[in-house]
Structure formats: structure tokens, C-alpha cells
Design a protein around this ligand. Structure first.
Ligand SMILES: Cc1cc2nc3c(=O)[nH]c(=O)nc-3n(C[C@H](O)[C@H](O)[C@H](O)COP(=O)(O)OP(=O)(O)OC[C@H]3O[C@@H](n4cnc5c(N)ncnc54)[C@H](O)[C@@H]3O)c2cc1C
Length: 398
């Protein structure tokens, strides 16, 4: 969905307010959030107050959007300081998109205004303990019962579940129909029969809590359905296309943070009588990272430009390629930065050890990077890569 709702002046104002929030409110808290692994609900509400969540929704529901580009720039900037908080904030997009695309007017009026204000927290329930990559193999079911549906099953690794008020959940309404039997629903977390597990004790992303959500015969009215029965897979996949651009944005922010730390350190740390950046072996590590950041950001900009024209096969392909390259770079930049900093890079005095812990997940969620490679490979197998297609790919007029 386009995305041009905000003019440049409005975008600049939002980003300037965000920068003030990052400097004054977020940056001083980042270490403490990581140490305690506590979700900073006060900061989350403040982000709502800055109008950031409103970027996902149209004016009729309290927003100023939908705007594709600005939330991505927000995610990138937040991730330079906290990958975890950036994820908590941008998870809103994963939840608002399916509600906007498939919810009834009453559903939208009920959920979108408080979501936009940051008063309630959503979560996106797709993955299951039996599998995340093979989405169509999900076991959660939604059985029609008169005017209701009854949902049963387990969802795993759900971002924000421990602090969420509402869940967008995908279940099989026709288990025999494979991915065509999947349907989306929006369900209050306090509904009878929902149990949220203890937050997972993860390596990184501490402060962005993740947990299992169990649905035990949860009864919801038919009105909670998002779109028609069987439209869930398409709804989930189009949401993931946009959120892959978002993971790429977070990854670019994280990679920039690692590279910045490494360069600053290398310019001042003296070994063998000169700053270590003057040792060519180390200089090459930094040159490669800076070059890869520039090329990865260029690919992301191209992917965003294609997505702005609306959902398409090319948009999915580019979103996947961008997520793949940017998240691989984020992990590599953190590891290489640790190399540059030597022992101090492994201490909590520098953000590099946190970036190393946080960035791994970027390669895993929203479709692992192997799944991105598989899906890019499938496109090559299906349609080949003609020279005309290559011309289209490298064209600059997107
Ligand atoms: C921090 C975090 C937050 C998350 N948040 C959410 C959320 O909010 N909502 C949600 O629904 N899910 C969420 N997830 C789940 C995430 O989407 C899944 O972890 C991911 O899709 C991978 O699924 P899996 O972990 O079950 O791995 P599996 O699917 O079991 O895969 C295991 C390994 O096999 C590889 N693999 C699988 N199939 C293939 C193939 N065909 N070809 C090559 N390799 C393959 C995978 O790449 C992976 O390396 C989150 C995960 C994490 C870590």
C-alpha cells in the first residue's frame, strides 16, 4: 500500500522529534534495559505520543498514514541505539497492517486508535513450536461454531507477547487445504483460554520480550476474522514482505552503529606507535564494512522504491534480498567490530557485545536467511534471469 501520505516537511519534523527522544530518553536507558530485560512501557507510550505509531494508520483511525517510508527510517535510527527497542516499536506495523487490510470497520475502530496512541501493545502470532519456516504446516485451528470461531493451538517466539494486550493470530479454518486453509483473527490477549508463557531468556534483544502463546478453545466472534476464510496466508505473507524491509532497516541501523564504534576506536587506539586504523590489515576490515553498508543501503532503497508501487513479485523478491544482505551485514559488522576493539569490545563498556548478541536474531526472524535464499533461488528457477530482467533490476527510475 502506498505510502506517500507524509510530505517531506512532516517527515523531517517527526524524525527531528524522534532524534530528540533518542538523545534525551532512549540513549541514557539502553544499557539498563538490556541488563534488566524489562520492556520500557513508558518509552513505548512516548513513541505513541510522537506520532510514530500513527504513521501506520490512516486519519480515520487516529493516524497520519499509512506511510511506508517514515517508519522504516524510524526503525533504522532507533536501531543505532537499541535493536531491541526498535523491534518493539516496529512490531506495531506487523499487527496494524493485517487489521487494516482485513478488519471490519468496527474492528479497526476498536483497536487502531489505542494502538496508534501507544496505549495498547500488539503481537503477531504466526510461528509455532513445530515450525517457523514452514508456515503452511501450522497446527493451530479455528473451528466455526455458530456465529463464533473457536481457536486452539500454540504459537512460539512471539515478540511482545508478555506485554501485549491484543494478538493478531493465524489459524487453519480448513486444515485439509494447506496454505489456502489459513485465516487471520484479532483477539484480545485477556480472552478466556489464552495463556502467555514466561518470557524466553534469550541471548539478545533483551527488553523486547518474547514468549509462547497458548490458545485453548478460545471463542471469538466471527467479526474478529481478518478478511475471508482462506485469506490468512496471503495476509501474513504481504505483511512479512513489508516487515522484511523493516528488519533490513533495523539491520542497517545496527551495522552503522558497529562500524561507527569500530572506526572511532581504531582512530584513537595506539599500537606499535600509531593509531591502529593506520595498520593496513585492520583498515581493510573497516573499508569492507563501510563499502558493504553503502551497497546494502542502496539495495534497501531500491527495495523500498519498488514496494512503494504496491505489492508484486518483484517487491517480494527485493524485500527478501534486502533483508538477507542487511541482516548478514549487521551480524558481520558486530563481529568484525569486536575484532577491531580487541578485549574491550567484549565488555559492557562498549555497545559491541550487545550488538553481537542482538543481531543474530535478525538473520533468523521474518523468514530466516536460508529461507530468503531458497525463495530467491525458486524465483530464478521459475522465471530464469533474462538480460531484460537484469536491465529492469538495475534501472534507476523506480
Ligand atoms: C527474537 C525472535 C522474535 C520472533 N518474533 C516472532 C513473532 O513476533 N511472531 C512470529 O510469528 N514469529 C516470531 N519469531 C519466530 C521466527 O519467525 C522463527 O524463528 C523463524 O521463522 C524460523 O523458524 P524456526 O525457529 O522454527 O526454525 P525452523 O523453521 O525449524 O528452521 C531451523 C533451521 O532450518 C533452516 N531451514 C528450514 N527450512 C529450510 C529450507 N527449506 N531450506 C533451507 N534451510 C531451511 C532455517 O533457516 C533454520 O536455520 C521470532 C523469533 C525470534 C528468534
Amino acid at each position: 500500500m502506498d505510502t506517500t501520505s507524509l510530505d517531506n516537511a512532516a517527515r523531517r519534523e517527526i524524525l527531528a522529534n524522534l532524534d530528540r527522544f533518542i538523545r534525551g530518553r532512549l540513549a541514557p536507558r539502553v544499557k539498563a534495559i538490556d541488563a534488566s530485560a524489562e520492556f520500557p512501557r513508558d518509552l513505548y507510550r512516548e513513541v505513541g505520543g510522537l506520532g510514530i505509531f500513527g504513521l501506520y494508520a490512516p486519519e480515520a483511525f487516529g493516524g497520519s498514514g499509512p506511510d511506508l517510508v517514515t517508519p522504516l527510517l524510524v526503525a533504522e535510527r532507533l536501531a543505532r541505539h537499541s535493536v531491541a527497542f526498535s523491534l518493539s516499536v516496529s512490531n506495531m506495523g506487523d499487527c496494524i497492517l493485517p487489521i487494516l487490510a482485513g478488519g471490519t470497520d468496527r474492528t479497526k475502530q476498536a483497536y487502531l486508535p489505542p494502538l496508534v496512541r501507544g496505549e495498547i501493545v500488539p503481537c503477531f502470532c504466526l510461528s509455532e513450536p513445530s515450525g517457523g519456516s514452514d508456515v503452511a504446516a501450522m497446527r493451530t485451528s479455528a473451528r466455526r461454531d455458530g456465529g463464533d470461531y473457536v481457536i486452539s493451538g500454540r504459537k512460539a517466539w512471539i515478540t511482545s507477547a508478555p506485554v501485549a494486550d491484543v494478538a493478531v493470530v493465524f489459524a487453519k479454518t480448513d486444515p485439509a487445504a494447506g496454505h489456502k486453509g489459513m485465516t487471520g483473527f484479532v483477539v484480545p490477549i485477556k480472552s478466556k483460554g489464552i495463556a502467555v508463557g514466561k518470557p524466553e531468556d534469550l541471548l539478545g534483544l533483551r527488553g523486547s520480550p518474547t514468549a509462547e502463546v497458548v490458545f485453548d478453545e478460545v471463542r471469538v466472534p466471527a467479526e474478529a476474522r481478518l478478511g475471508q476464510e482462506g485469506e490468512g496466508f496471503r495476509l501474513a505473507m504481504s505483511t512479512l514482505d513489508e516487515s522484511r524491509l523493516n528488519v533490513a532497516a533495523i539491520s542497517l541501523g545496527a551495522a552503522a552503529a558497529s562500524i561507527h564504534e569500530a572506526v572511532e576506536y581504531a582512530r584513537t587506539r595506539i599500537q606499535f606507535g600509531k593509531p591502529i586504523i593506520e595498520h593496513q590489515g585492520l583498515q581493510f576490515i573497516l573499508s569492507n564494512l563501510a563499502t558493504e553498508l553503502a551497497s546494502s543501503r542502496a539495495l534497501w532503497e531500491k527495495a523500498v522504491a519498488i514496494m512503494r508501487r504496491g505489492p508484486s513479485r518483484l517487491a517480494s523478491l527485493y524485500a527478501g534480498m534486502s533483508k538477507l544482505t542487511a541482516s548478514d551485514l549487521a551480524m558481520k559488522a558486530a563481529v568484525d567490530a569486536a575484532e577491531v576493539l580487541g578485549a574491550v569490545g567484549l565488555t559492557k563498556s562498549y555497545p559491541i557485545e550487545r550488538l553481537m548478541r542482538d543481531c543474530k536474531a535478525l538473520q533468523i526472524f521474518e523468514g530466516s536467511n536460508e529461507i530468503q535464499r531458497w525463495s530467491i533461488g525458486r524465483q530464478l528457477q521459475k522465471s530464469g534471469l533474462t538480460l531484460e530482467e537484469i536491465d529492469r533490476i538495475i534501472a534507476t527510475d523506480d
